[in-house]
Design a binder for this molecule. Sequence first.
Ligand code: HEC
Length: 124
Amino acid sequence: MTRTVLLLILGMTTILAGLAAGAPRNPEQGRMIYEEHCLRCHGSHGRGDGPDAPFLSPRPASLISAGTSAKPDADLLAVIMNGKPRTAMPAWKEGLTEEQRRDVLAYIRTLIRFGPKPLTPPPP
Ligand code: HEC
């Protein structure tokens, strides 16, 4: 009995903590935002090789590099929100809602592959 109550409390706490951290985001939604706003610089696979990349200095970041992918969500969301000074990275705090910025980050996270799985074909 006590155990059941304890388990219930544990379950509720986990759910509440999950809610506090923000509902899980939608990478499929994020893909559309990425293709519309980010792909031209960061490239279809996030490698920093989009069609505009050769004209920029510094070049757009590879979003799948070990350096970038190891950064916590909070750091990457801050760059997406405020842009990056002295680079072409725009601030998206007006152009995208917080949910959209989280969705696009969720999509970026799906571009990382540690195994030899084939990459998804680039969008048409
Ligand atoms: C006009 C080109 C351009 C566009 C459009 C663009 N970026 Fe960037 N982005 C950059 C550049 C340049 C950097 C900085 C590279 C550096 O640090 O040297 C950058 C950096 C970043 C970083 C930081 C990487 C790190 O390791 O700190 C993230 C995250 C990012 N961009 C996400 C996005 C997202 C998401 C979008 C679309 C909503 C987007 N970018 C649109 C050019 C662009």
